[in-house]
Write a protein that binds this ligand. Sequence first.
Ligand SMILES: NC(=O)c1ccc[n+]([C@@H]2O[C@H](COP(=O)([O-])OP(=O)(O)OC[C@H]3O[C@@H](n4cnc5c(N)ncnc54)[C@H](OP(=O)(O)O)[C@@H]3O)[C@@H](O)[C@H]2O)c1
Length: 305
Amino acid sequence: MVSVKTVAVLGGTGNLGPSIVHELLSAGFTVTGLTRFSSTNSTPAYPDSVTVHKVDFGSFDSLKDAFSGQDAVVSVVGSPGVSAQRLAVDAAIAAGVKRFIPSEFGVNTRKVRDRPMGAILRGKVEVVDYLIEREREIEWTGVSTGLFFDWGLEKHGLSTINLDDKTSSIVDSGNEKFQVSTLAQVGRAVVGVLKHLEETRNRYLVTSSFQVSQNEIIQAVEELTGEKYPVVKRERAEDLQRAGEEKLAVGDYRAFIDFLRAYNNADGAGNAVGEEESSNGLVGLEEEDLRECVRGWLVRAGVIS
Ligand SMILES: NC(=O)c1ccc[n+]([C@@H]2O[C@H](COP(=O)([O-])OP(=O)(O)OC[C@H]3O[C@@H](n4cnc5c(N)ncnc54)[C@H](OP(=O)(O)O)[C@@H]3O)[C@@H](O)[C@H]2O)c1
């Protein structure tokens, strides 16, 4: 394949989608947004320059029609829609789509598939397995990005910083580094895939903004605010893992957060992305600056100016 020009985005209306759409448009791709007939999004989440089509995610024909003329499909569907991607793969093949990027964008599901956390991510794992099965008919690229750094800070201080009472919480020593990406970096990763088609064909990539520890986040916040954020809560990763397993045993998928925190923060977990494993270079991504990302969050939160 020489190049991708037209890109259909599935579910580009949620937490991550707008950043991917923004980066695709900035890079010059022609973007079509596909939104469900049943969508409850009340605001027009796609920019004006995006053609928006309504689709029925449960209908092969509806998806095939929507994919007609598209070189690539980028799926950004949220968890409830992950399993529905299998039909989207079938429809993309029938419509002659060249590259499919499934909704991964988190932990490396290839790595955790056989762990308890993998049970919760089974839908994602199965879609990548299915793409591998059909890779002679459609090219694919999966992208693990780690935690969304800016989004996670805004939502819950990445379970580390509490801006309201100026305190912090850590798991184990707080020194373990883990993989994170800003939403914009995830968007650039998708663009990088579509601009490096040969190198990324039928591959599962691991990208990031940087690797960071909880203590480094606390240190950045303290330096930027000039105030102390004392650690008032310490949790043990093994307790989080056990709590996750207990929840999973009764079908409570909130276990995912316990597993994720243990996966990222346990002393010796070793899940930060090393240079050899990183695909940043492959897709032309540069490392971002931790301090600048934390500064951006603190400014948006009105803590510093
Ligand atoms: N690494 C991290 O820290 C992190 C954090 C959050 C999410 N993620 C991952 O990023 C990806 C996108 O997550 P998100 O939070 O942006 O998703 P989201 O906001 O929950 O949903 C994205 C879009 O998916 C569509 N959708 C919702 N339910 C659907 C269903 N049942 N079937 C089909 N489509 C449905 C909706 O689009 P329409 O209404 O327009 O149809 C929705 O706006 C997922 O893979 C998620 O696991 C990672």
